[in-house]
Design a protein around this ligand. Structure first.
Ligand code: NAD
Length: 333
């Protein structure tokens, strides 16, 4: 199959080309995001391969369908960026990579947590300037903290296990309770109880209409003063304006995010020579207790290999008409 990659980076090209000889697909890599202006690049391709910020809304899907594209393979787990109803109506089949390395993301959540509460990012800069002062670097122990994990699927489950290993009490909230996690010591509670009892909250549920702005003014009010919030899931789970207010009032003690509500215009690009136009991320970056990474939680060697392998297998299944292992299909409400 001829496959056009959008939003492709050097690491995508390397990981896919490494495996390409084992498969019979012809790959073309475009660095641009998929949008109204770039969709025409899909002409002559059977499938497109897209990432988290390639918006597959109705108009784009209609455009690529008109170009005779038949399949969309997402090289990510989340699919909130896809209008599944429109895809189904157009007969476009969509596959994703459901769990390429839950540990990669869970370990990044740990890295964010440990960095922001132990201030190692500040220590790193200080020491490089021969400033060995410890003033202002007091951290908190993770051991014995109560950690609330919202969404205990593949990534949330891996994060629960890490937190249990660090001697935390772990509270889970999910529509489905995982028996293995319960046996390991995770206690499932209501969302309200999780908000009230957790000193650390980590978000691992998908972005849906139900979870958009899950962290909002009224939910923040239920949380402990000085709560730590970690988000490696999707930016819009947090209402940025509300969290900025909560940081100003010291309701939120630490915030560490790998995803941001308006990340589309910023992330995955070098904007170091540009004037930053986004006032909210600019405000977030002024807080000493906020840590931001640019959607890199997935970015490990192991995860990239798995993303490439699963995507090739998805393409094989789509081409051969076999049952699809990783299809994301529209579900009527
Ligand atoms: P998963 O499907 O294995 O788990 C998601 C869990 O969330 C499921 O158990 C589901 O029941 C639960 N859930 C759904 N709606 C919920 C709700 N309203 N409240 C509480 N729980 C709810 O998915 P996963 O592989 O663990 O990935 C989770 C999310 O992580 C993805 O949706 C994606 O947005 C994000 N992600 C981010 C990165 C990154 O690089 N930052 C990489 C991969 C995935």
């Amino acid at each position: 199959m001829k496959v056009a990659f959008f939003s492709s980076k050097s690491y995508d090209k390397i990981s896919f080309e490494k495996l390409a000889t084992n498969f019979s697909h012809e790959l073309s890599f475009f660095e641009v995001n998929l949008d109204q202006n770039t969709a025409a690049l899909a002409s002559g391709f059977d499938a497109i391969c897209t990432f988290v910020n390639d918006h597959l809304d109705k108009h784009i899907l209609e455009k690529i369908k008109a170009l005779n594209v038949r399949f969309v393979v997402l090289r990510c787990a989340g699919y909130n960026q896809v209008d599944l109803q429109a895809a189904a109506e157009l007969g476009l089949r969509i596959c994703r990579v459901p769990a390429y390395s839950p540990e990669a993301v869970a370990e990044h959540a740990l890295a964010l947590l440990m960095t922001v509460v132990r201030k190692t990012h500040k220590a790193y800069n200080r020491v490089r300037e021969n400033n060995f002062s410890l003033e202002g670097l007091i951290g908190i122990n993770i051991h014995r903290q109560t950690v609330g994990v919202i969404g205990t699927g593949a990534i949330g489950g891996a994060f629960c296990r890490i937190m249990l290993g660090m001697g935390c009490q772990v509270l889970g909230y999910d529509h489905f309770e995982n028996e293995e996690l319960k046996k390991s010591g995770v206690r499932y509670v209501s969302l309200e109880e999780l908000f009230q009892k957790s000193s650390i909250i980590s978000l691992h549920c998908p972005l849906t209409t139900d979870t958009k702005h899950l962290i909002n003014t009224s939910n923040l009010a239920q949380m402990q003063d000085g709560v730590t919030i970690i988000n490696t899931s999707r930016g819009a789970l947090i209402e940025t304006k509300a969290v900025i207010k909560a940081l100003k009032k010291k309701k939120v003690g630490y915030l560490a995010i790998d995803v941001y509500e308006q990340e589309e215009a910023l992330f995955f690009q070098d904007l170091s020579e540009e004037i930053l136009q986004d006032e909210e991320i600019a405000r977030l970056m002024t807080f000493p207790n906020v840590l931001i990474t640019g959607h890199q939680a997935f970015l490990t060697r192991e995860a990239l290999q798995q993303i490439a392998l699963t995507t090739f297998l998805n393409l094989d299944e789509l081409e051969s008409g076999k049952a699809l292992s990783n299809e994301v299909a529209f579900q009527k409400a």
